[in-house]
Write a protein that binds this ligand. Structure first.
Ligand SMILES: Nc1nc2c(ncn2[C@@H]2O[C@H](COP(=O)(O)OP(=O)(O)OP(=O)(O)O)[C@@H](O)[C@H]2O)c(=O)[nH]1
Ligand SMILES: [Mg+2]
Ligand SMILES: [Zn+2]
Length: 304
C-alpha cells in the first residue's frame, strides 16, 4: 500500500491511505537521495507501508518532486526537512511580536526557489502595526511583488484578510512556516472547522512565541486542498549552496548575472562595474535583497 505522510513526530508517523489514517513506524534502513538529514521521513512524503505482526511500518519513500529544508541547528552539516511534495511555500511573517527579519525571509525564499516552489509571504498581526510599520510594509510589497512573490496582510484578531488567504490555498498542498508566535496555527484554525490547533502565548519577556506547535502536520481542508502547519523556526540556515547557486535563486539576479562582464565566475561582491552592481545602482535590485545575497554568499552566520 502507498500513502502520504500527514504527521511526523520523529518516532511515529501518520500515513493517509484512501481517507484512512495509519500510525506507522519506520522499518530498517530507508534509502534516500540525500544522506545527511535529521529526519528521513517528512510530512508530504509518499511512502510504501507494510503490515508486520499487526503493526504498520514505512518501508520505502517514493521519489520526491521537491522538498524544503534548512540547516539543522542541533547537528552540524545535517539538514532538517520541513516538508516534501508541496505546491507552494507560505511564510507567515510579522513586523510585531515577534518581528521577522528580512534575512530570514530571504533565506526561506531562496530555499523554496531552489526547487522553483512558488512562494507567498503573509504579514500577520496587522492590527498591531504602527504608522512606521505600514510604511515599511508598502516598501516590502514593492520589493517582493517585483520578484514574483505574492504578498498578503492578515489579522486573525480583527478577522482581516482571512478570506483572501483562504483562497490562495484552494486546490493546493501548502506549507505554512515561520517563527514561533507569528500566528500560523491561529490562521489555520480560522480557515477550517476541522483544524483545532493549540494557540500559544507571546512571552512578555522577549515578545517571542513559546513553541506551541511541536510536530508538523498536514490537514485536509477539502479533497484537493491541504495545509501543513509546522513548529516555529528560530533560525533558517541555508543548506550548502555555492554563491552561483544562490544568485540563481534570486529571481532578480538570475538573468542579469548572465550578462555580467566578469562571466559566470563573478560573485557580484566587490567586482567594479559588475552587472548586479549596476542594477543595484539603478534600483532594479532592492538593497535589502542584495544585502541578503551578500550575507548568504559570504556564508556569514546570519540565521535569525
Ligand atoms: N494581535 C494579534 N495577535 C495574534 C494574531 N494572530 C495570532 N496572534 C496571537 O499570537 C500568539 C501566537 O499564535 P499561534 O497561532 O500559536 O502562533 P504559531 O505561529 O502557531 O506559533 P508556534 O506554534 O509556536 O510556532 C497567540 O497569542 C495569538 O492569539 C493577530 O493577527 N493579531
Ligand atoms: Mg502553532
Ligand atoms: Zn557580477
Amino acid at each position: 500500500m502507498t500513502g502520504i505522510v500527514t504527521k511526523s513526530t520523529g518516532s511515529w508517523y501518520d500515513v493517509l491511505i484512501e481517507g484512512k489514517k495509519y500510525e506507522c513506524r519506520v522499518r530498517g534502513k530507508i534509502r534516500l537521495e540525500e544522506i545527511k538529514e535529521t529526519n528521513p521521513v517528512t510530512v508530504g512524503d509518499h511512502v510504501r507501508i507494510e503490515i508486520e505482526e499487526g503493526s504498520h511500518a514505512i518501508t520505502e519513500i517514493l521519489p520526491r518532486k521537491n522538498h524544503i529544508s534548512r540547516l539543522s541547528v542541533k547537528k552540524t552539516g545535517h539538514s532538517n526537512i520541513l516538508a516534501a511534495n508541496i505546491d507552494q511555500a507560505i511564510l507567515i511573517a510579522t513586523l510585531q511580536q515577534p518581528r521577522t527579519s528580512l534575512g530570514f525571509i530571504d533565506r526561506f525564499l531562496v530555499s523554496a526557489e531552489a526547487f522553483r516552489i512558488p512562494q507567498i509571504l503573509v504579514f500577520n498581526k496587522i492590527d498591531l502595526y504602527d504608522a512606521d510599520d505600514f510604511e515599511s510594509v508598502q516598501g516590502l510589497r514593492r520589493t517582493y511583488e517585483r520578484i514574483g512573490v505574492t504578498i498578503y496582510f492578515t489579522s486573525t484578531l480583527k478577522n482581516e484578510g482571512i478570506e483572501d488567504f483562504k483562497k490562495i490555498l484552494t486546490g493546493k498542498i501548502s506549507l505554512i512556516a515561520g517563527h514561533s508566535g507569528v500566528g500560523k496555527s491561529s490562521l489555520l484554525n480560522l480557515i477550517s472547522p476541522h483544524i483545532k490547533q493549540s494557540i500559544g502565548e507571546i512571552s512578555s519577556f522577549n515578545q517571542k512565541g513559546t513553541h506551541t506547535t511541536t510536530f508538523a502536520e498536514m490537514f485536509e481542508i477539502d479533497k484537493q486542498t491541504f495545509v501543513i502547519d509546522t513548529p516555529g523556526i528560530k533560525e533558517w540556515g541555508l543548506v550548502d549552496m555555492t554563491p552561483q547557486e544562490i544568485s540563481d535563486y534570486f529571481p532578480e539576479m538570475r538573468e542579469l548575472r548572465l550578462n555580467c562582464k566578469f562571466g559566470s565566475k563573478c560573485l557580484h561582491l566587490r567586482e567594479p562595474g559588475c552587472a548586479i552592481h549596476l542594477a543595484l545602482e539603478n534600483k532594479e535590485i532592492a538593497l535589502s535583497r542584495y544585502e541578503s545575497y551578500v550575507a548568504m554568499a559570504e556564508g556569514k552566520d546570519n540565521r535569525k
